[in-house]
Design a binder for this molecule. Structure first.
Ligand code: CMX
Ligand code: CO
Length: 149
């Protein structure tokens, strides 16, 4: 069951400058940053709020590491802006199977690794009224940090 908005993915040309915009304008701080070479992104996660189901809501700021990546191609065509939305679920495998059974293209046979050790997959935007949609199961919290992961 999809239980929350996990994040909104925002494509940008310059991650550091975009992070600074969100800090200076709204007071948001970076919760986590990493490079995901498989996805071709350098990313910063800005945590907006916490929830009790093992996750929270984030903005995911994305700078491409290579022009032929999903975000690189999208930026070249559209410029900066909202790239995808992501729903949180405790069961990304089960939900992806259910949604595939409804005729929506799920892009990966098996979920892959996303931010902070999460497991992610994507639904094709052409089957979702133009919205690239990600499903996310957060990594279990590290021992001793029940509210963070
Ligand atoms: N939102 C809406 N539509 C999109 C889109 C997006 N983010 N990306 C591509 N499209 C549309 C294009 O506009 C194009 O439409 P038209 O044919 O009408 O012009 C169509 O989809 C095909 O686009 P494309 O530029 O030819 O790109 P590809 O088919 O090569 O790739 C997609 C599209 C969705 C398969 C690819 O972006 C993908 O695999 N995405 C999932 C992975 C990803 O986005 N990773 C980065 C984020 C990582 C993270 O969140 O952690
Ligand atoms: Co994402």
């Amino acid at each position: 069951m999809l239980t929350r908005i996990d994040h909104i993915g925002i494509a940008c040309h310059d991650l550091d400058r975009t992070v600074e915009f969100y800090r200076a304008t709204y007071g948001f701080e970076v919760f986590h940053s990493e490079v995901n070479e498989e996805q071709g992104v350098r990313e910063a996660m800005i945590r907006i709020n916490g929830t009790s189901d093992g996750g929270a809501s984030y903005l995911q700021l994305l700078e491409p590491t290579r022009p032929d990546s999903a975000v690189g191609k999208w930026l070249a065509k559209n410029g900066e802006g909202v790239h995808h939305i992501a729903f949180g679920t405790e069961d990304v495998d089960g939900d992806a199977d259910d949604i595939r059974g409804k005729g929506v293209r799920v892009l990966y046979d098996e979920p892959r690794t996303g931010s902070m050790g999460s497991r992610i997959t994507f639904l094709h935007p052409k089957d979702c009224h133009g919205v690239l949609t990600e499903l996310v199961t957060a990594a279990p919290p590290a021992p001793g940090t029940p509210d963070e992961h």
